[in-house]
Ligand binder design. Sequence first.
Ligand code: MG
Length: 378
Amino acid sequence: MKIERIDVTYFSYEAPKAKKSPVDTMVQHALLTLVSSDGHEGYAFQSPDVIRPAIVNEFIRPILQGEDAFAREMIWQALQRKQRGSAGRMTDKALSCVDQAMWDLAGRALNQPVHKLIGQYRDKVPAYASIAGGDNIPGSLATPEDYARYSVELVAKGYKAIKLHSWTPSINELPDRKREVAACSGVREAVGPDIVLMLDGYHWYSRKDALYIGHALEELDFLWFEEPMEEASMSSYAWLSDKLSIPVIGPETMTGKYHTRAEWVRAGACDILRAGFLRSGGLTPVLKTAHLAEANGMNCELHGSGAASVSLLMSIPNCEYYERGLLHPASDYDRPPPYLNATADPMDREGFVHAPTRPGLGEDINLDYIKAHKIKEI
Ligand code: MG
């Protein structure tokens, strides 16, 4: 089975931004379609900026055209070598988009969900509610009390675990460790001792502030402490991990795929490793990272929601939770965008997301909608 065509459809859709908003916002999106010689198709979505025509024509098409559709590793390696010489134009997100479409194509061609191709480990995984970053809208996520109130709503929906993202610039230009701890302690008090809590904090704290918050999280019995400082400073994370008993998790935003993550393990810069299909360059490098963590006796918690994360979670034993979100009091996460017939990660009342049963990555794509809202095709 060869890859015969690489198509990209740019389309627009109405993004439901807020429950109370009378007007939906029009957003542009792109669908990458790989068509095989025997007529199977594999899909992946991305922003039109990421898979723009120059990237498709200069990097993606020359590498994929006519190649074996099951040669995912060869194609991924060729793309990342090309990425090195692209002067930053070919991004990890573009690489990820191609890798997702390759896995989706293989699954659809073999009529199997992707997690079965990788090798299934489980059929459901607990989700954590990943609350969006704070804002300054009264009654939204503007105060520690807002976080506490919203967390109670999430528990009522079935979530057994919740992660807070705090106020980052431009909402909070200056680090505010006391406000951070107030939000965390407000949530703990509101949801009680049995709900698992995590914090993804600010990203630019000093070592001293991060240590202050980390000790507070230990008192509040949080599960992990994520990205309080600039991740480019790996030695700051080694310093912090050494001083805290709460597990420090990372890196999430650092580039360098599994190579960077291997360095963090060697440096003792984290207790739990982190990788995501979008920023690491696809499912293929996330699997390598998860195996790296497993070989070092560590968990690798996956960053980001979506079909690719769900598929990976069903195949990776050393990952405890699925990140579901981002969630915000004003938006309805369970309403799929109009180009999908269903969300990729429906959650049951006990807080579990289940393995997809559809072939490929399991997304139920509304191709008629995309066709009807096409802007252009390349
Ligand atoms: Mg994060």
